[in-house]
Design a protein around this ligand. Sequence first.
Ligand SMILES: Nc1nc(=O)c2c([nH]1)NC[C@@H]1CN(c3ccc(C(=O)N[C@@H](CCC(=O)O)C(=O)O)cc3)C=[N+]21
Length: 290
Amino acid sequence: MTLRIDGKLLADEIVEEVSKEVADFTAKYDVVPGLAVVLVGADPASSVYVRNKVKRAVQAGLNSIEHYLPADVDQKTLDDLISSLNQDDSVHGILVQLPLPSHLSENRIIEAISPEKDVDGFHPQNVGKLSTGQQSLIPCTPLGCMIMLERQLGDLSGKKAVVVGRSNIVGKPMASLLLKANCTVTIVHSRTKDIEATCAEADILIAAVGQPKLITESWVKPGAVVIDVGINAIEVDGKRTLVGDVDYDSVLSKVSAITPVPGGVGPMTIACLMKNTLTAAQHQLSASLD
Ligand SMILES: Nc1nc(=O)c2c([nH]1)NC[C@@H]1CN(c3ccc(C(=O)N[C@@H](CCC(=O)O)C(=O)O)cc3)C=[N+]21
């Protein structure tokens, strides 16, 4: 029997755990951890995502601060906002929604965020720490994937893991985390020769390419655990639906466990954002008390 890994349910549990720890934290320090989200422009998908984040922040007992900027905002205004959030002691986590409009520099913004408040884990300091095995803020999506894998498989040592996609946001940090958990890790991408055969050897298959239903039955090893990071909006009979990078129905009977889309990795990403905000606040407060 194939297990459908319920990301929504697991996310509920994590947010519940975080809310308890937030209550302890607030009782101890008399501070409510704050998460600031910066949204540039009004992309409808981003608005859904931000709304979900606000809802989860409230559930976790975090203070949620939103900054909505127009799509044509200039770099200086955004830089100034980041610098004021960096200095604001009531803000423990900062997230700037990506992608940014093309006239703005993403790298500049990511590097402007104080590494201690970088709850996305995208700052080069956090990336470097993760890849050298040091403690750091870990990108929310890969962190959510690891929690699901470890719940499912326990110890991941010696497993063959294949990551499809090499983005800075998912593929690369995912590979670092799997390596840290003692997997044998392969990253495949658009230039990989015989990508399908490589995937078919994976005990753990992580799909993060943003290609609707790319991965079908012949790509998976019998009994594999499949984590589908893709969230692709496609039209089916004139209706907008969300599908993953994995053709769920095609692989279902062959794998041992799989995450659905929606209701899989997405909700876990948001739950991990809450977790990271608490972690960031804990580090900021204990450091300032030293
Ligand atoms: N700085 C930054 N950090 C991010 O983590 C980040 C980002 N920018 N930009 C956009 C992407 C996308 N992303 C999603 C997270 C959760 C869902 C999610 O919860 N999706 C629901 C479905 C929501 C719906 O119904 O549309 C689900 O999969 O069940 C979706 C998308 C985070 N991202």
